[in-house]
Design a binder for this molecule. Structure first.
Ligand code: M6R
Length: 608
């Protein structure tokens, strides 16, 4: 999704903005631009496509301004053209704006502004922002805070804004609602960004802007305001993330690096919750008494986070014998979800900023049920909206395709399920200890798989030209093939479908033809024969069979097998997903795709 950077200080802004934008590239974008102050106003330079195009345009330009804003745009309103790229401005560059988010009522506002003589050059909602603020600037006798505040009261939707005014040379203004924005503080210079990696190189001390807040940023000061224009004090946060986590460290792609970081991400998450073989949720604010009263669980999320929810449904049901429902956040909010008494709503999100998940969460809060977030990004919108937050400690995830965050979410969920089962007296002490031990062993077992990366690379090279891949599994194996299928299609662009093994014969089997690849995941010996039978049904129609099996399961029918270490079937997803991730990665590399930034996708989807 879109990215924002800003700089005000004593150094030329150009390189700082470009560097910041390059660190936001992973979020996905299709055009980019900067506005840099000059003696009379601004140099506004934009380009379609990769940041490289913008860099080339800026290469020979002598821009020495020490104040500027920049943006990477992921098109929502209007095509990815130079006209639609940010920054946008009111007439005469009186107001120059970059924006993340969506203004829902922009058309209606645009019509009004036209009646006041404003004309528009782009199809974007952001141009409307620049002009509306300009309009209010005139109405408020050129008072920027009052003008922005009036804008905030007038619009609906979401926004993070960085704004420069032609006549206020030493200041940048920011405002936010439902889209993240941080201000990085340094000596004699300040930074603005929509995401930490953009400014990590310069500072780790940041302010998180809250909803309906504004700030006036100059070289030496940052003043915060609430929507009434009253000054507010905010707490400075020191970010723990280090610079290397936003670098590739010798790996060819972030995706591969992050696949290899999984043992560490999982171990850190486990260590934050397990002490002396017992699970402690104190950090989340959740008490044993609270858990003992929970009778229903509702999980929402999008994409891979939703798949974690599906996996956890099986785990919660099995261990805590509790009713669990899982829904796509984007669907949950538009139906009539009935959240029964004593329901815990769990929202899962790596970024903590996914618009659908955030909206689903707000819907649940209206029904006054307690909410828990399993979130990776500290201080993100979801983390701040939920009643309780269980942080995964996966560290920053740059590749659009999630890997380590997914794995960390799984273990956080397993531990929550064990704790819930304990609090509801559904498991005895011995079982609890065994389960915790099983979870603790996951990182080492993943490391064993990672050492066999070459085998999967070899397998991938055999399948790079297949047109369709069908992935099947039963029970928890169905949950893992959902994720494996998403991973493969998003980075390799090969059409894949995931099905419960028994469901294929109810229609989809008609698509199987000679050389279709069917992948079966089997980690529960009790269900193995059934899934093998379903695989055989496809083999007799020409399919090639690849099995991802746990060590105890023997196949006589698969053409290819990749064996993962033995594990409690409840937690098998954590292992089986790893070869699927590696296979997705190599299919993408072999096809020459942009692995970390697959086409049309964005890292954090902050629009509905
Ligand atoms: O940041 P979130 O976990 O809320 O993101 C949810 C999905 O957008 C995300 O998992 C997406 O499906 C990934 N690209 C999958 O790799």
């Amino acid at each position: 999704m879109c990215g924002i950077v800003g700089y005000i200080g004593n150094k030329p802004a150009k390189d700082i903005l470009l560097n910041g934008l390059s660190k936001l590239e992973y979020r996905g974008y299709d055009s980019a631009g900067v506005a840099i102050r000059n003696e009379n106003g601004f140099d506004i330079i934009k380009s379609k496509g990769k940041l490289e195009n913008l860099k080339n345009k800026l290469k020979d330009k002598n821009l020495f301004g020490t104040c500027g804003i920049g943006h990477t745009r992921w098109a929502t309103h209007g095509e990815p053209t130079e006209f639609n790229a940010h920054p946008h401005n009111s007439y005469n560059e009186n107001v120059v704006v970059v924006h993340n988010g969506i203004i829902e009522n922009y058309l209606e506002i645009k019509e009004k502004l036209v009646t006041y003589g404003y004309t528009f050059y782009s199809q974007t909602d952001t141009e409307v922002i620049a002009k509306l603020i300009d309009f209010y600037l005139n109405e408020t006798n050129q008072n920027p805070i009052q003008a922005i505040s009036k804008f905030m009261l007038r619009v609906t939707g979401s926004y993070a804004l960085a704004i420069m005014f032609k006549n206020l040379k030493d200041e940048i203004y920011v405002a936010r609602k439902d889209s993240p924005l941080i201000i990085g503080i340094c000596n004699n210079e300040n930074f603005i960004a929509s995401d930490v990696p953009a400014i990590l190189r310069y500072t780790k001390d940041v302010y998180y802007l809250d909803n309906y807040q504004m700030a006036k940023i100059s070289t030496n000061s940052t003043i915060f305001y609430n929507i009434d224009g009253m000054e507010v004090k905010k707490k400075l946060t020191h970010i723990q993330m280090d610079l290397s986590s936003a670098e590739k460290n010798g790996f060819e792609h972030f995706m591969l690096k992050e696949i290899h970081e999984q043992p560490e991400a999982i171990e850190k998450t486990i260590k934050s919750l397990v002490k002396n073989e017992d699970i402690f949720l104190d950090r989340t604010g959740i008490t044993n008494d609270f858990l003992s009263k929970i009778e229903n669980i509702f999980i929402i999320g999008c994409g891979s986070a939703y798949h974690v929810g599906i996996t956890l449904k099986y785990v919660f049901e099995k261990l805590a014998n509790i009713n669990v429902q899982v829904d796509f956040a984007s669907e949950f909010r538009y139906r009539n979800p009935v959240l029964l008494k004593n329901t815990l709503l769990i929202v899962i999100s790596q970024s903590g900023e996914t618009a659908d998940s955030l909206a689903g969460l707000k819907e649940a809060k209206k029904q006054k049920v307690p909410t828990l977030g399993i979130v990776n990004v500290v201080g993100s919108s979801i983390a701040r909206e939920v009643d309780y937050v269980l942080y995964t400690l996966a560290g920053p995830e740059i590749s659009v395709a999630t890997t380590k965050a997914y794995s960390a979410q799984l273990v956080a969920g397993y531990l929550l399920a064990i704790k819930l089962a304990e609090c509801k007296n559904k498991i005895n002490q011995i079982t609890r200890k065994e389960l915790i031990k099983d979870v603790i062993e996951i990182p080492d077992k993943i490391s064993v798989i990672l050492k066999r990366q070459n085998e999967i690379q070899m397998l991938s090279s055999k399948f790079v030209n297949v047109k369709n891949i069908f992935l099947i599994g039963r029970n928890i194996d169905y949950a893992v093939v959902l994720e494996g299928s998403l991973k493969m299609k998003e980075v390799s662009y090969i059409h894949t479908e995931a099905y419960p093994a028994g469901e294929l014969k109810h229609g989809t089997i008609s698509l199987i033809e000679n050389n279709s690849l069917v992948i079966g995941s089997i980690s529960n010996i009790n269900l193995a024969e059934k899934t093998f039978s379903n695989m055989l049904e496809t083999k007799s129609r020409g399919a090639i069979l690849l099995g991802f099996l746990t060590k105890d399961i023997r196949s006589t029918i698969c053409d290819y097998v990749f064996e993962v270490p033995q594990i409690n079937p409840l937690f098998a997803n954590s292992l089986v997903i790893v070869p699927m991730q590696i296979m997705s990665y190599y299919l993408s590399v072999l096809k020459g795709n942009d692995v970390d930034k697959p086409r049309n996708l964005a890292k954090s989807v902050t629009v509905e």
